[in-house]
Design a protein around this ligand. Structure first.
Ligand code: C5P
Length: 424
């Protein structure tokens, strides 16, 4: 929880902590014998970058793919392969590691180790440690698509899920054996993201959240259009933070070049009317608890789109000079007006600061039927890695940052969860 300073009866200023949830966590990375084992080296480094302490345990077969020395050099700790060799954990490393680990992360998880874990078989250090576990357990499967489709494997996975284990992936794609399909291991960066998320407070557990992000693009002709400088980063970070908080997240994105956060459902749109249509369809299809409109939606679009590129005529005049504009739907306001509307949160990206920024936000709060408005100075936020925000409700305001957009997203999601809880 970041420290906060009471500023007045209605506003306070918070400072970001900058920490990942994995900070200080002890992770035992269990590597089993698949070709994807080489990617676990990168995972070990990325987990450490997030502040985790990593102890590697390899199965005998994993050590055929990557040597214990590689992991020792990366983590600074001897990588263990057996109970029987001398090690820093007394004579019972499986018990000591089970007692002290905050997470057992099995990556790659082979069909063999999954089968052993599902059936309580404990015949080497890795499987004995899993049998003795006291911490959360997560598997990152990697195997041939036919092995992943095998019914016995599927039963084992289901049983492990019933026992409380998490599964990260696998994903679809090209496999080392040349096959294509489900069974490919999730990339290390995504695994680290999901491992981090395991430790996030589940403040939005069971909630459905819809988020709009990025700019919209309003065509004038086949080569020209009207858009804005939104990168989509803040909206994508909010989607990630909401996922970490346990929500089922749908992200409706304008044209951006950002990767979809793992576990988030993404719908790509181009224009404001596309975005509005996608939002309305989503709301019609299943109930939603929280709507966060982060997208920088164009308020106006050219009244008519030319099917051909607009050119100057002989006198130098262009139809571009005579463009007429039609108003776009206000997506946020339309969500707020729906019967049984979700809690709605809007954004106010203004070229204003201080009390004027708050006043703009309050006006928007009322006009758009929003529960909260996140106000920021667009000159600072657009296309930046950082943001400085103020969350404005009818009677209060909270200031946060400057901080990374990830930290701002966590702060916004925490405020959203409090608002949902307040409304019961
Ligand atoms: O009115 P203004 O564009 O400043 O409002 C910003 C907020 O309203 C943002 O949350 C944005 O996503 C949303 N918005 C919208 N539809 C529009 C315009 C803005 O949902 N047509």
């Amino acid at each position: 929880m970041p420290p906060f300073r009471q500023n007045s009866s209605i506003s306070f200023i918070c400072q970001p902590s900058g920490e990942f949830m994995l900070q200080g966590k002890r992770i035992t990375l269990i590597v089993s014998g698949g070709i994807a084992a080489f990617k676990s080296c990168e995972a070990a480094r990325l987990l450490m970058k997030r502040g985790a302490e990593v102890q590697v345990v390899l199965t005998e077969h994993a050590a055929e793919f990557v040597t214990p020395l590689t992991f020792e050099a990366l983590t600074g700790k001897p990588a263990l392969t057996t109970e029987w060799a001398k090690n820093p954990y007394s004579v019972m490393p499986h018990i000591e590691l089970a007692r002290t680990s905050d997470l057992l992360l099995v990556m790659p998880a082979t069909a063999n180790l999954i089968a052993k874990a599902a059936n309580g078989i404990a015949d080497d250090l890795a499987s004995t440690l899993i049998a003795a576990r006291r911490s959360p357990l997560a598997f990152v499967p990697a195997m041939n698509q036919a092995m992943w489709a095998n019914p016995a494997l599927k039963r084992n996975v289901e049983n492990l899920k019933l026992d409380g284990a998490a599964f990260f992936g696998p994903v679809e794609g090209l496999q080392a054996c040349g096959d294509k399909g489900a069974g490919r291991m999730m990339e290390p960066a995504e695994v680290c993201e999901l491992a981090d998320a395991l430790f996030s407070p589940k403040t939005l557990s069971g909630k459905r959240v819809i988020i709009t992000a990025g700019p919209t693009y309003e065509a004038i002709d086949p080569v020209r259009g009207v858009t804005n400088r939104s990168s989509g980063r803040q909206g994508f970070e909010i989607a990630r933070a909401a996922r970490n908080a346990g929500a089922e997240v749908t992200l409706i994105a304008g044209p951006v070049s950002l990767a979809t956060p793992v576990g988030v459902r993404r719908i790509d749109v181009v224009s404001a009317r596309d975005m509005d249509q996608a939002v309305q369809t989503e709301l019609d299809q299943s109930p939603c608890d929280l709507f966060i409109g982060v997208a920088a939606v164009a308020d106006w679009r050219p009244g008519a789109v030319s099917m051909r590129k607009i050119k100057k005529d002989a006198s130098g005049h262009s139809a571009l000079q005579d463009l007429l504009w039609s108003e776009n739907p206000d997506i946020l306001a339309r969500v707020g007006e729906r019967p049984g509307a979700p809690v709605t949160i809007g954004f106010a990206a203004e070229t204003a600061e201080g009390a004027t920024l708050t006043a703009f936000a309050r006006e928007k709060l009322i006009r758009k039927h929003a529960a909260l408005i996140v106000a920021n100075d667009a000159r600072f936020a657009l296309h930046s890695e950082e943001n400085a925000i103020r969350i404005v409700s009818a009677s209060e305001e909270e200031h946060f940052g400057p901080a990374s957009k990830r930290e701002c997203a966590e702060f916004i999601v925490a405020a959203a969860a409090r608002e949902l809880a307040r409304r019961g």
